[in-house]
Design a protein around this ligand. Structure first.
Ligand code: ATP
Ligand code: MG
Length: 422
C-alpha cells in the first residue's frame, strides 16, 4: 500500500481520554478509531492486523475439522430462558432491546444457547456426530469498566467454537486437541512463551474450565504459577486447585495476566437443559456431549501491543504485522529505484507500506517506528551508486546494507506466509 493513499494520520499527541497504552498507541498510529469508551472501529491498517490474527486461528480450527459459520447478533429471549440465563442477575452484561411489536431480544454476548438451538434442529443420529463449528463474531457486552482499551471492549471480536459429541471420551479427546491447537495459535501470535493453560472456574461437568492467560502488566487478572511443574491456577479456584493438584501454595508465584482464551467442557449439562439429543447406535435417545471454546481476538491484539511496544511506538511480531516492510525513499535521485524495489517486493508477495509521501525523512522514520512495521528499508541517493539499501529491524534495531536480490532473499526467508505454515 502506498502511504499517500492511506487516509489515517499518525499523531504525536496521546489521546487525552484514553488511559490504556494499547489504545493510545493504536489511535496515534492510525489503527483504531475510538467511537466511545470501550467501543472502537478498526481502520484498514487495524483490520489487516485483525485479519492476520483471525487467519491463524482459522487455520488451526479448520485443522481440527471445525467449520466456519456466522450467527446472528440478535437473539431470542426464549432460548435463553431454557437455561435460566436471560436473567440480568445471572448475566450482568446483557444489552437488550425490543422489536416494534414489543418482543424482547438480546444482543449476543456469547452464542452457547443459540448454537444449541441451531444444532438441535439438525441433529438426528450418532452418525451426524461429531460436529464442530466456529465463528468470528462481534460480541456485545455492557461491561461496567472499560478502561483497558481494546483489551476490554463493550463490543469486541471473539472466536467462539462449539463441538458436539456422541460420547464423553470423544469430547474429552477433542478438548485435549483444542488445547494443543490453542497453544499453536498463541505461539504463532508470538506470545506462546508467556501464555499458560490455567485452571479456572466455570466448569460445569468437569471441576475446572481452562483459561489461557498471558503474562501482561496491563491485564486484569492474576494467576498463580508453578514454573517448575508448568502449572497455572486462577485466583478464583486457587484453594480447590491446589488441593487437587497437590502443590504447595508457597511455591506459587503470583503474576499479572490477561485472559486471552477460555474453554469449557460442558459434558451433557447444556444438552440436558436444552434437550439436544440424538439417536444412538442402540436406537435410544441420548443427550449429546458438548464443549465451548473462546479466543478474544481483539484482546489478543491489545495484549500484543502491550507486550511488545517500546518508547517509539508499536512493535508487531512478523506473523501479524499489517505489512513486513516500511519502504522509505530519501533524496531526489533515487525515486525510480524505490518504485522499482516496491514493485519487486509486491511481486515477491512481501507486504509493503511504501512511504511515498512528500514528507521529511525524520517524519517518515518516526512513523515507521510508531506503526511498528518489522523492517524499515531505506532507498536513498547516498547509496544509489552501490545499489544497496538499508534495512533496519524494528524489534532489535539490527541494520545492514543489502542489494535488491539479497534483500528479497532475506525478507522471503522471514515471510512466514500464514497459509504455508502447516
Ligand atoms: P473477562 O473475565 O475478562 O470479563 P470472560 O471470562 O467474561 O472475560 P469469556 O466469556 O470467557 O470472557 O469470553 C471468551 C474470551 O473473550 C475471553 O477469554 C477474552 O479473551 C475475550 N473477552 C471477554 N470479554 C471481553 C471484552 N469485554 N473485550 C475483549 N475481549 C473479551
Ligand atoms: Mg472467561
Amino acid at each position: 500500500m502506498r502511504l499517500s493513499r492511506n487516509f489515517t494520520r499518525t499523531s504525536k499527541q496521546t489521546p487525552a481520554d484514553e488511559v490504556a497504552r494499547n489504545a493510545q498507541l493504536l489511535i496515534r498510529a492510525g489503527y483504531v478509531y475510538k467511537t466511545m469508551a470501550g467501543v472502537y472501529s478498526y481502520t484498514p491498517l487495524g483490520l489487516r492486523v485483525l485479519e492476520n490474527i483471525k487467519q491463524i486461528v482459522r487455520e488451526e480450527m479448520n485443522a481440527l475439522g471445525s467449520q466456519e459459520l456466522i450467527m446472528s447478533t440478535l437473539q431470542n429471549r426464549e432460548i435463553w430462558q431454557e437455561t435460566g440465563r436471560w436473567s440480568d442477575e445471572l448475566v450482568d452484561v446483557w444489552f437488550k432491546s425490543k422489536l416494534q411489536d414489543g418482543t424482547e431480544v438480546g444482543f449476543g454476548w456469547t452464542h452457547e444457547e443459540p448454537i444449541v438451538e441451531l444444532l438441535r434442529s439438525y441433529l438426528k443420529s450418532y452418525k451426524d456426530l461429531p460436529i464442530s463449528v466456529y465463528q468470528f463474531q462481534n460480541k456485545l457486552r455492557n461491561e461496567l469498566r472499560a478502561k483497558s482499551g481494546i483489551m476490554r471492549g463493550r463490543e469486541f471480536i471473539m472466536k467462539d467454537m462449539y463441538s458436539v459429541h456422541a460420547s464423553k471420551e470423544d469430547l474429552d479427546n477433542y478438548y485435549e486437541q483444542v488445547i494443543e491447537a490453542y497453544k499453536r495459535c498463541y505461539d504463532r501470535f508470538g506470545i506462546g512463551e508467556d501464555t499458560y493453560v490455567t485452571f479456572a472456574s466455570g466448569g460445569a461437568f468437569t471441576k475446572f474450565s481452562h483459561e489461557f492467560q498471558t503474562i501482561c502488566e496491563a491485564g486484569e487478572d492474576y494467576i498463580y504459577l508453578h514454573r517448575g511443574r508448568n502449572i497455572a491456577v486462577n485466583e478464583e479456584v486457587l484453594d480447590e486447585a491446589v488441593a487437587e493438584l497437590g502443590v504447595d501454595k508457597s511455591e506459587l508465584e503470583k503474576v499479572k495476566t490477561a485472559e486471552v482464551g477460555n474453554i469449557f467442557n460442558f459434558g451433557t449439562q447444556k444438552s440436558e437443559e436444552m434437550n439436544l439429543v440424538f439417536t444412538g447406535e442402540d436406537g435410544q435417545q441420548h443427550h449429546a456431549y458438548m464443549g465451548s471454546y473462546g479466543i478474544g481476538i481483539t484482546r489478543v491484539m491489545g495484549v500484543i501491543v502491550e507486550k511488545f511496544a517500546d518508547d517509539k511506538g508499536l512493535v508487531w511480531p512478523e506473523n501479524i504485522a499489517p505489512a513486513k516492510v516500511y519502504l522509505v525513499q530519501i533524496g531526489n535521485k533515487s525515486g525510480a529505484s524505490a518504485d522499482d524495489l516496491y514493485q519487486k517486493l509486491q511481486k515477491a508477495g512481501i507486504e509493503t507500506l511504501y512511504d511515498d509521501r512528500n514528507e521529511r525523512p525524520g517524519m517518515k522514520f518516526a512513523d515507521a517506528e510508531l506503526m511498528g512495521i518489522p523492517y524499515r528499508v531505506t532507498v536513498s541517493d547516498r547509496l544509489l551508486d552501490d545499489e544497496k539499501w538499508e534495512i533496519v529491524s524494528r524489534s532489535n534495531g539490527e541494520q545492514c546494507l543489502l542489494t535488491t536480490s539479497q534483500l528479497l532473499a532475506k525478507l522471503n526467508n522471514h515471510v512466514n506466509r500464514v497459509g504455508e505454515r502447516r
